[in-house]
Design a protein around this ligand. Structure first.
Ligand SMILES: N[C@@H](CCC(=O)N[C@@H](CS)C(=O)NCC(=O)O)C(=O)O
Length: 184
């Protein structure tokens, strides 16, 4: 979404995680996606890609934010919330976990604090959207999709509005479509 926002053209190579192309592993041996290759530069962390794109072009100042506040959300998201998201998404891999307990933990850790913030400001860091909203949105989207009926019942109106706004956004819909798998 940030690449699109910044107007950066990329050749998108969709891969299968079970069948990673050698050229991808040569460029980025850690084998995670996304990977961005721009000449000699290879970035394999989403946040690095976001920052790189914003350095090139940031028409609505997504990068003008309180970095410390953003970092607190990112650490919570990428750390404990990601663990809960995986437990919630893949209950078969976590047979000892109870789904409702995982949901409760995710609400307490992340979803309710986000709802509280979004109750008083339209975006996570105030009245203006920033890269932070766009970075965290896909994780909340994934969480909401695990059991959408259950998610709909949760008393988190501001979070749901924020999520719906991104789901309906031109930006998301411009990039979210199925790409054919790229082959070497
Ligand atoms: N910190 C990395 C995490 C990337 C990551 O873990 N990506 C997952 C997919 S969402 C992946 O590629 N996993 C490797 C695999 O499943 O083989 C980032 O922010 O880009």
């Amino acid at each position: 979404m940030t690449l699109k926002y910044a107007g950066i053209m990329v050749e998108h190579r969709e891969i299968e995680l079970r069948n990673k192309p050698q050229s991808m592993l040569r460029a980025s041996p850690i084998g995670t996606v996304p990977v961005l290759i721009a000449g000699n530069l290879i970035l394999n962390q989403s946040l690095e890609i976001i920052r790189w794109a914003l350095q090139k072009s940031d028409p609505e100042n997504w990068g003008e934010i309180d970095e410390d506040a953003a970092q607190i959300w990112i650490e919570k998201n990428d750390g404990p919330f990601k663990i809960l998201l995986d437990q919630y998404k893949y209950p078969n891999r976590h047979l000892h976990m109870n789904q409702e307990n995982v949901l409760d933990a995710a609400i307490t850790l992340m979803l309710k604090p986000m709802d509280d913030v979004l109750e008083s400001s339209q975006y996570l860091l105030g009245h203006k959207q920033s890269w932070l909203d766009v970075a965290i949105f896909p994780f909340i989207r994934q969480f909401s999709m695990v059991n959408s009926e259950r998610f709909d019942q949760l008393p988190l109106p501001a979070l749901k509005n924020w999520l719906a706004q991104y789901l309906q956004s031109e930006l998301f819909n411009a990039i979210m479509f199925k790409h054919p798998t790229w082959t070497e």
